[in-house]
Ligand binder design. Structure first.
Ligand SMILES: [Zn+2]
Length: 497
């Protein structure tokens, strides 16, 4: 096989497998009755799922052999091996998760047979692929704004699962209609809970666990600060005592706030079907402790007691908290210059981390460095929390050099993983720069963007998006591609119906 052929085939694979060896020889034909062997540790239920997957991906019914083997037992969770010859397609994996990962790779590798107008089957070139993730937690942070239709969220979840992410943090922005507290939601912008429930179950089927987020400190407005909107206070001024006077942070000394937040997080916990993690936010709480009652206390004591209370609430339920890192580091501290740190020196929060349980996962969001003029940074904040015995998720945003650099650091430091953020930009080129780049960086950070981010990356991405469109059986122009419209797509192109 020529170097060019190898390049053509390899560039289709997102994330790039750890090892691929293409071989010369006749292709394997993916058609009805083709021989496919799958080796796993426990074969119960595998045949049924595989039959459905082959129908969905290629509309074929292969001759399936599913067996239990010693080789499968040696595989790590999520890992898989693919062996393709002209005669046989063989997959080895510990469990269904590994098998499903192998089939995602095969879907990207397969080509429709030529020579006819309509598809008659697919070909796979002879090769051996050995693959496994570099880090155990590969998450995508997805925002559901009042402007976001849930079909758009479904596309993001499906694409993340296709790119082998195993977690998605779901942050609803003031639009989750709580049964316990209907007042904590825009009166005229409520998301469809039945539809969100369907997505939680869909995530389970696709191998991606949805993790709820509710901000328990700052960002209590449930809306982007730059818009000056407030999901609760704009319509209900009577609820002011729940918040600090500016409305941005919850009032930590008010027992009514504590009770309300308890009801809300437990309702979300049940709605998300007892998830293993719960994200409590806690970033950018610039007005924390500013009301006349909170001012009588040390802010550190208020925040510590607040977090410990919710930590214990979830620990009883065997759920671990995830929190943003920035209020635990002082912005004036020399060590963090050039990096994100949001605690003000006057608030004395720099030693708060010492009083927090070590099973809280620190989500270290670092979005920027001057990658045109600067060497790769040291990323000291993630290393700091790791040294202090916390599990750390590194959290990039939209700049692919930053994503790549953080992926390399996370692998080298053996961090728990990556949580890629998207915020208000999850369309057009931004969706590629976030979802695709972080898929490479969290699964196989050794692959540099110089290798995959070539002039052809957009059409590779388009092909993968199309697979999602086919899975969803989309028939509406606005729902295709990565943006509602081709002309002036904007950040928030969606019409609210
Ligand atoms: Zn207060």
């Amino acid at each position: 096989m020529t170097a060019e052929e190898i390049e053509i085939l390899t560039r289709r694979l997102t994330p790039r497998p750890q090892s691929i060896n293409f071989r010369d020889g006749a292709e394997f034909l993916l058609k009805d009755g083709c021989p496919v062997t799958v080796e796993v540790t426990v074969k119960t239920g595998i045949r049924q799922k595989l039959t459905a997957l082959c129908k969905q991906y290629w509309n074929i019914a292969p001759e399936l052999t599913v067996k239990e083997s010693a080789a499968a037992k040696k595989c790590k969770p999520e890992a898989y091996q693919i062996d393709i010859s002209a005669e046989q397609l063989n997959i080895t994996a510990k469990n269904w998760q590994g098998v499903a990962n192998a089939f995602k790779t095969l879907r990207q590798l397969a080509e429709a047979i030529r020579g006819t107008e309509k598809v008659t089957g697919y070909i796979l070139v002879p090769c051996r692929i050995k693959d496994y993730p570099a880090m155990p937690f590969r998450g995508l942070h997805i925002c559901i704004f009042p402007e976001t239709p849930l079909w758009d969220v479904e596309k993001q979840i499906r694409l993340a699962a296709y790119y082998k992410y195993n977690y998605a943090v779901i942050e609803c922005w003031g639009n989750f209609p709580f049964e316990s507290h209907p007042e904590i939601c825009w009166g005229d912008r409520k998301l469809d809970k039945k539809e969100l429930k369907r997505l939680i179950k869909l995530g389970k089927e696709l191998g991606i666990t949805l993790i709820p987020q509710f901000n328990l400190l700052g960002h209590a407005a449930g809306a982007r600060s730059i818009t000056a909107k407030h999901a609760i206070l704009d319509y209900q001024p009577e609820l002011q005592p729940l918040f600090e006077p500016e409305g941005w942070t919850w009032c930590l000394t008010n027992p009514a706030t504590r009770q309300l937040l308890t009801d809300i997080v437990l309702e979300l916990y049940e709605f998300f079907e007892k998830p293993p993690f719960f994200h409590i936010g806690c970033d950018e709480a610039h007005d924390a402790g500013s009301c006349f009652e909170c001012r009588k206390h040390e802010l550190k004591d208020l925040i510590r007691e607040h977090i410990l209370y919710f930590h214990d609430l979830f620990k009883k339920r065997k759920t671990r908290l995830i929190m943003w890192h920035d209020m635990l580091l002082e912005m004036e501290d020399e060590r963090w210059q050039g990096y994100i740190a949001c605690a003000a020196k006057k608030h004395h929060l720099s030693t708060l981390y010492k009083e927090l349980p070590k099973d809280i996962i620190i989500a270290d969001w670092q979005y920027f460095y001057d990658f045109k003029n600067r060497e790769t940074p040291a990323w000291p904040t993630a290393k700091f929390f790791k040294k202090e015995k916390f599990d750390v998720l590194t959290c990039p945003w939209k700049d692919s050099p930053v994503i790549e650099s953080l992926g390399n650091m996370a692998e080298k430091e053996k961090l728990m993983g990556m949580l890629e953020t998207t915020w208000h930009i999850s369309h057009t080129r931004d969706s590629l720069n976030t979802i695709l780049c972080a898929a490479h960086a969290s699964w196989n950070p050794a692959i540099s963007q110089k290798e995959y981010y070539t002039e052809i990356i957009f059409i590779v991405f388009s092909m993968h998006i199309r697979h999602i469109i086919w899975d969803m059986k989309i028939r509406e122009y606005e729902k295709t591609g990565t943006a509602q419209y081709q002309v002036d797509p904007g950040h928030h192109p969606h019409q609210v119906s």
